[in-house]
Design a protein around this ligand. Structure first.
Ligand SMILES: [Zn+2]
Ligand SMILES: [Zn+2]
Length: 382
């Protein structure tokens, strides 16, 4: 089958790889209808992880079940499903607590597994015609038949639950104020989720104009950090000592206004942005190893985080990859009920063959490139 295969920094190719097959009675094979390119794929694409050439990308996958293992009880051939990006067992200590991003079973020696991602286990990615899904009864989220809401449902694999998770980590409650750093797809989903939860004002910080426009379109207040210190802009606008909650949807490849990489800048800006005793949710990625880091400490994940001021302000912070499964069912039902339409972030829908070009353009943050959906099998949606 055809799949998007990492070749080395700044290079992916659509190549022939071995067809996946049922390896365990609890597996299903899914024929992929939609699979998304994610900002976290770009960390691998840019050579900023330990990813080796040959890895098939794709952790945001949905499609129709093609083949069902003999031990699968709740799914059938022909069923439409979306797969939360965390591969999880459903029965270990963390899975039992809903913390499926930290499954202790699927990736021995490491807490957490995912499709098509470096160090996340032997699970081939879904930017391909077919995907093998282990522990399928747990890892497939059933969807209504047909093709309705395809783009909305595809975002249940990662970015909608991840954005929602950020608001949970930060502790967002109705009536509160929230600052979201990063207006990429995850930041926009975090802002959207905060608004769904009843936040009274949500600021979104970025410097890419069309991303800030998207933030404004959903009712958030855009803050352009190239025009001055974002924490100051926000506290000035609020007339208060800071927002109740803050969200980091940027991660370790954060840059200062002039474009220079400063891995801890967003974390420190959040310390300045959130009011004393407020909460911070960090879903932007931080890694213990960065081959392209701007300095020796950052190469080992050691950043200059202002713990002194963080402590002084009595802040708390939640971190880590999202437990997408924990939210996917409820968020799916919001979409079905017409109460949420996360696909406003989708900017391009292209066949799998165009993935190399789409990666290059998304990586350059070309205007109008916010979220790219790939369609490996079906015709493109109208
Ligand atoms: Zn993703
Ligand atoms: Zn588990």
């Amino acid at each position: 089958m055809k799949a998007v295969v990492y070749q080395g920094p700044y290079e992916v190719a659509v190549s022939d790889v071995e067809d996946p097959r049922i390896q365990d009675p609890q597996d299903v094979l899914v024929k992929i209808s939609t699979t998304c390119i994610c900002g976290s794929d770009l960390h691998m694409y840019e050579g900023r992880t330990d990813a080796e050439p040959g890895i098939v990308f794709g952790h945001e996958n949905m499609g129709v079940i093609e083949e069902v293992g003999s031990g699968v009880t709740s799914l059938r051939r022909g069923q439409r499903v979306v797969m939360p990006f965390n591969v999880a067992c459903g029965f270990c200590r963390n899975c039992r607590a809903g913390k499926t991003a930290f499954c202790e079973v699927v990736n021995p020696g490491f807490a957490g597994g995912a499709y098509g991602y470096v160090s996340m286990g032997p699970y081939t990615g879904g930017q391909a015609e077919y995907l093998r899904v282990p522990f399928a009864d747990f890892n497939c989220v059933p969807l209504p038949e047909g093709s309705e809401h395809e783009s909305d449902f595809a975002l249940l694999a990662d970015i909608f639950p991840t954005g929602y998770h950020a608001t949970e980590l930060a502790g967002v409650r109705p009536g509160e104020t929230v600052a979201v750093y990063g207006a990429g797809p995850v930041g926009l989903m975090a802002a959207y989720s905060a608004l769904l939860k009843g936040a009274r004002q949500v600021f979104v910080v970025d410097k890419v104009a069309d991303r800030l426009q998207l933030a404004e379109r959903i009712g958030a207040t855009p803050i352009d950090f190239s025009r001055g210190d974002p924490a100051e802009q926000i506290t000035d606008a609020l007339g208060d000592s800071g927002t109740d909650r803050g969200i980091d949807a940027v991660g370790y490849q954060a840059t200062a206004a002039e474009g220079e990489e400063q891995p801890a800048i967003v974390l420190n800006q959040l310390v300045d942005t959130v009011r004393p005793t407020g909460g911070i949710g960090t879903v932007g990625l931080y890694l213990p190893s960065d081959p392209g880091a701007p300095n020796e400490n950052a190469a080992q994940g050691l950043l200059l985080f202002d713990i002194g001021r963080f402590f002084e302000r009595g802040l708390r912070m939640g971190t880590g990859q999202a437990d997408a499964k924990a939210y996917a069912h409820q968020l799916r039902d919001l979409i079905i009920a017409g109460r949420a339409e996360p696909s406003f972030v989708v900017s391009q829908q292209v066949p799998l063959s165009e993935a190399p070009d789409a990666y290059a353009r998304f990586d350059k943050r070309e205007p109008g490139y916010s979220k790219v959906l790939l369609h490996p099998n079906a015709d493109l949606p109208a």
